[in-house]
Ligand binder design. Structure first.
Ligand code: NAG
Ligand code: NAG
Length: 122
C-alpha cells in the first residue's frame, strides 16, 4: 500500500514538473518568426515613442528569442538609437492579445547599459 502511495506521489510530481515544460525554454527565432518578431519590436518602439516615450530606433538586432508563458515573451539583444547615441540594450516584449480591452496587452521593458530600466504597459 505504501509503495502504491509513493508511486502515486512520484508520478504526480513528474506530471507537474513535465506539464510545465511547454511554458519553458526560450526559443531562438529565425526566418519568418524572426521577421515577425522584428516587426513587433519596431511597431512597439514606434508606439512607445508616440506615447510617453522614450524615442528609440532599432539599429541592429543581434539576437531574438520567444518563450511561451501566459502569452508570448520576446527577448531581443539590440542596438538602439535615441537620435544621438547608440546603446546596447535588452528589450523584452510580453504580448498578451486577450488583454487588449483592459489596456494591458503589451508590456515592454527596455534595459540599456548604465541606464534605468524602462517598463511600460498598454
Ligand atoms: C549586427 O549584429 C550582428 C551580430 O551581433 C553583427 O554581426 C553585425 O555586424 C551587426 N551589424 C551592424 C550593421 O552593426
Ligand atoms: C541620448 O542618450 C544620451 C546618453 O544617455 C543623452 O546624453 C542624450 O541626451 C540622448 N538624446 C536624446 C535625443 O534623448
Amino acid at each position: 500500500m505504501q509503495a502504491v502511495k509513493v508511486i502515486f506521489v512520484l508520478s504526480l510530481t513528474l506530471a507537474v514538473a513535465f506539464g510545465r515544460k511547454p511554458l519553458g525554454a526560450p526559443k531562438p527565432l529565425e526566418g519568418d518568426d524572426l521577421a515577425k518578431a522584428k516587426d513587433l519590436l519596431t511597431n512597439t518602439l514606434t508606439k512607445l515613442a508616440a506615447g510617453d516615450g522614450p524615442k528609440y530606433e532599432v539599429v541592429n538586432v543581434s539576437s531574438a528569442t520567444s518563450q511561451l508563458v501566459a502569452g508570448s515573451l520576446y527577448k531581443f539583444e539590440v542596438e538602439l538609437s535615441n537620435g544621438s547615441d547608440n546603446k546596447e540594450c535588452t528589450v523584452k516584449i510580453w504580448d498578451r492579445p486577450w488583454l487588449l480591452e483592459k489596456g494591458e496587452s503589451t508590456n515592454i521593458k527596455i534595459q540599456c547599459k548604465d541606464e534605468a530600466e524602462i517598463d511600460t504597459t498598454w
